[in-house]
Write a protein that binds this ligand. Structure first.
Ligand SMILES: [Zn+2]
Length: 466
């Protein structure tokens, strides 16, 4: 059979790989969107490793847009096979694809405004909201730890990857003639001891492994007590300074970790009596999906549910979808916590809250996630004195704090532990994907140091006969 690498090859975005069996059947692993403003992004996002109608099955590791965001277009271009995912991935993908479709439409609309002015051809969105339901119709969901035959001679097993709600590693057993091959795809790997999710289940031994390498060469800083660190920031800002605490957070994952942490503090009687607002329709919807999938919770949260059936809510916790209610927060006086998206502060309602709060030294902006180069979040974290929001210049007088305790990605050592069941004698090759080139090389060197010398860092379009 053949394995062709297409997306997330020597980069961290646009996850997509194609397996072609000797009988001609084609299995696509992930169908992610290439996220990035570079000129080639459109070309990357409009080409697939083969014609979409030729693909028989798509297997989705998890619902992040860089793994599932190109599915509506794949379907629009003629893919009609089954899409396999876990149940929670289906629910989150449904939400996130609708959100992505709206972003595609808005971006095209914005681009067309200046394109028309310059007399240039108009662009069409990659896909629209109308394309999403047809894509969701193709899903077949499977629980973790259940083996399913997805094609003659091909069995699929999802194991919990602990990276986001519903995330899975993909384990395929493929019988071809008189040989049986085990092929593993890590998807993205989470961290042990995360707040809501179970620990990643280590990858069983494979003949060929496709592994992510996001944090090659890097381990996470150990944060001994994130719960109290968060409490401290809330106390300083809202009790001592009587200010607002603004927390930009990704809608899925980080936000629920924050809310659950505050829920615990509330139950312990430690949370100051201040209102907490979750102002992001996507985050509000995503939190509902979390509530619907207790099968994904770790043991601690299952125990917690016995005492508190709602780990994401208490009487001063307010969920805001409505635009008017969101605007009303701007003129609200008095201390409060506002959690809003986007996490890197590139778009969304968080921009209004920042504009409204950043010049007041009583307030704090708490950055809880990674902010990519060039984003407003990165400028704020790196101590910019002034920033532009919605075209206006603002002085950064609010205090800026960082608490990077909720990363969804395994550090290098954690990632190695996840794949260390691989038998050095029987694993034929380990392909490293989903990492910047230098990170992937660092992880390859690390693996070599552990005795794995059969490591390859494939490039886009590269095909291997396995
Ligand atoms: Zn991911």
């Amino acid at each position: 059979m053949k394995l062709k690498f297409w997306g997330a090859a020597q980069t961290v975005t646009g996850s997509m790989h194609l397996l072609e069996l000797d009988n001609g059947k084609k299995i696509l692993l992930d169908c992610g969107l290439y996220q990035g403003g570079e000129g080639f992004a459109t070309e990357y996002n409009t080409t697939f490793p083969c014609e979409p109608p030729e693909i028989d099955v798509l297997i989705l590791s998890h619902a992040h847009i860089d793994h599932c965001g190109n599915i509506p277009q794949l379907v629009r271009e003629g893919f009609r096979g089954d899409i396999y995912s876990t149940h929670a991935t289906f629910d989150l993908a449904s939400l996130l694809l609708m959100d992505s479709a709206r972003i595609q439409e808005r971006t095209a609309e914005y681009d067309n405004r200046w394109r028309r002015r310059k007399g240039l051809d108009e662009v069409v969105p990659l896909y629209t909201e109308a394309d999403v339901p047809a894509a969701m119709d193709l899903f077949q969901t499977i629980s973790y730890n259940r083996t399913r035959q997805i094609l003659p001679g091909v069995e699929l097993l999802f194991l919990d990857a602990g990276h986001m709600l519903g995330s899975a590693s993909v384990n395929l057993t493929i019988k071809e003639g008189d040989r049986t091959l085990r092929i593993g795809f890590t998807g993205d790997v989470g961290r042990p001891d995360s707040l809501i999710l179970r620990n990643p289940v280590p990858m069983p031994p494979c003949d060929y492994l496709i592994s992510e390498s996001t944090y090659g060469g890097k381990d996470h800083e150990f944060i001994p007590d994130a719960e109290n660190a968060l409490l401290e920031v809330i106390r300083e800002t809202c009790v001592e300074n009587r200010g607002k605490l603004i927390i930009p957070a990704f809608s899925v994952g980080r936000t629920q970790n924050l809310v659950y942490t505050m829920d615990k503090l509330e139950n312990q009687g430690k949370l100051p009596p201040i209102p907490v607002f979750l102002d992001s329709p996507l985050a509000v919807n995503a939190t509902q999906v979390f509530e619907m999938h207790p099968e994904c919770y770790d043991e601690d949260l299952r125990m917690y549910l016995k005492e508190d059936p709602n780990p994401f809510g208490w009487n001063r916790m307010h969920y805001i979808r409505d635009v008017e209610a969101s605007k009303a927060l701007n003129s609200r006086q008095g201390p409060c916590v506002i959690i809003s998206a986007s996490g890197m502060m590139t778009a969304g309602r968080i921009l209004h809250h920042l504009a409204n709060s950043i010049e007041n030294p009583k307030n704090t902006i708490l950055v809880v996630g990674y902010c990519a180069n060039g984003t407003l979040g990165e400028k704020i974290v790196n101590g910019a004195k002034t920033v532009k929001i919605h075209g206006e210049e603002y002085h950064v007088n609010a205090r800026i704090k960082k608490l990077n305790a909720y990363s969804g990605h395994a550090g290098q050592t954690e990632l190695f532990n996840f794949i260390s069941n691989q038998d050095k004698k029987t694993v034929q090759r380990i392909f490293l994907v989903h990492g910047e080139v230098d990170r992937a090389h660092m992880f390859a060197d690390f693996l070599a140091g552990k005795g794995y010398d059969q490591v390859t860092i494939p490039s886009r379009g590269e095909t291997f006969v396995i």
